[in-house]
Write a protein of this length. Structure first.
Ligand code: HAM
Length: 420
């Protein structure tokens, strides 16, 4: 017997019902912020993903050669593809360009709950602006999408890689030392960060202060550590303004400055953010994003870019842990021809109802009425239409309410009216 590949999933119809419902809500929120949907291919030239990160990323990719020996990869994310699309075809579009997407992504991760080898992202990119209001609106969009999808318990954390680098510089850490620390900070392994800093020869009092600051960041406290550098001062002022807009204009109360947000991907610069659902445990990160640079690397004219992606599958898991009540799909009508002669007329009725956007199914197994009614209730049909010879003589059918069992004789020409 064949088995599904490791880290992938099949979705039964109930699951697809939920997924389509949530996708619809997300799409609406993207559009309400003025974003427009785009789509890129599932696979790209491998180089698109190695250009920034180098060949080490290949280990995490599904990459392969096609029949003409081209190196290709299934996309692990959509930011590089969307920026490739922008540089190739959209550079002349009016700015800012606000693009959103849904798409399956592929990573050679170790599968576990909330982490898959094939998973879906809902994300967006904003191209051509780097004002604090653009970043605040972007972050607010990520938050609103998750709120509007029905999540109650989420936390927004905002960091800044320019400020973090400057903090590293104030400790006089080498590039290698920074590289060693970054993943530890990313995983919130603060004891290990502390230990590493001491190993690097940083005085205990300073390293303790630094680790403390990574955990509960405070702009005023951060200022103490900063070199007297105009760029950094501007970045701090910008960061403060973003936080203020989020709190005062977008009314997002539970957002926090957190200097330990470093993000896993190599293209980020400046503002970065993550949204988590604490209820999910280990794989609790629902969304990640920030400002990044890829346009020039891909051959385009320098312009600011930022974006985020939401883990679609994790959002569904989080909704389920919050016991979210998804609407269920119910068939409007199940049509039962009582014998074979009734089939052509029954199909005609089915066709008329479908033209009126009524969801209709019909017995295709030539089952008796009893079995057909049982089936209709097993698929949660709201009503059944029984087409029998006696009723047909007077151009009528019997309509049964599947919940109450109540039955009525209705003229064929009045069925649509009756159902509505
Ligand atoms: P990312 O943080 O790598 O960012 O992924 C975004 C989200 O995708 C994560 O927060 C997580 O919810 C979900 N995710 C990642 N890996 C998996 C997996 N193996 N299984 C299930 N869900 C997963 C990006 O991909 C960037 N492109 C985001 C971005 C857009 N930055 C700027 N623009």
């Amino acid at each position: 017997m064949f088995q599904i590949p490791r880290g992938t999933r099949d979705f039964a119809s109930e699951e697809m019902q939920k997924r389509n419902y949530v996708e619809g809500l997300m799409r609406k929120t993207f559009q309400s912020f003025g974003y427009r949907e785009v789509q890129t291919p599932t696979f790209e030239n491998l180089e698109l993903f190695t250009a920034k990160s180098g060949d080490t990323i290949i280990e995490e990719l599904y990459s392969f050669k096609d029949k003409s020996e081209r190196d290709l990869a299934l996309r692990p994310e959509l930011t590089a593809p969307v920026i490739r699309f922008y540089v190739e075809k959209l550079q002349m579009e009016p700015k800012p360009l606000k693009l959103f997407y849904f798409g399956n992504c592929y990573r050679y991760d170790r599968p576990q709950k909330g982490r898959y080898r094939e998973f879906k992202q809902a994300g967006c990119e904003i191209i051509g602006t780097d004002t604090p209001e653009a970043y605040a609106e972007l972050i607010a969009l990520a938050y609103e999408i998750l709120k509007n999808a029905g999540l109650k318990n989420i936390k927004l954390n905002i960091g800044n890689l320019t400020i973090l680098s400057s903090l590293f510089a104030s400790l006089k850490l080498s590039k290698d030392q920074q590289k060693y620390l970054t993943p530890l900070i990313d995983k919130s392994m603060f004891d290990d960060v502390q230990k590493a800093l001491e190993d690097f020869g940083i005085a205990k009092s300073i390293s303790e202060d630094f680790v403390q600051m990574l955990q509960n960041s405070d702009i005023k406290q951060l200022m103490k550590y900063m070199k007297d550098d105009e760029n950094i001062k501007n970045e701090m002022a910008k960061q403060e303004e973003i936080m203020k807009l989020l709190k005062d204009s977008f009314k997002i109360k539970n957002c926090q400055l957190k200097m330990s947000i470093v993000r896993g991907l190599d293209y980020y610069t400046g503002v970065v953010f993550e949204i988590e659902a604490p209820s999910l445990g280990a794989e609790k990160q629902l969304c990640g994003g920030g400002a990044y640079e890829l346009v020039k690397l891909f051959g385009g004219n320098q312009t600011p870019t930022a974006g985020f992606a939401i883990g679609f599958d994790r959002t569904l898991l989080a909704l389920e842990t919050e016991n979210y009540k998804f609407p269920t799909f119910k068939l409007d009508v199940y049509v039962i021809p009582v014998n074979q002669e009734m089939v052509p007329k029954s199909l005609e009725i089915v066709q008329t109802l479908r033209e009126q956007a009524i969801n209709v199914d019909i017995d295709l197994l030539r089952r008796g009425i009893g079995k057909s009614l049982k089936y209709a209730s097993s698929i949660s049909s709201k009503r059944a239409i029984i087409v029998g010879p006696k009723e047909l003589e007077s151009q009528s059918v019997t309509i049964r309410d599947m919940k109450t069992g109540e039955q009525k004789t209705v003229k064929i020409k009045d069925i649509v009216e009756f159902l509505k």
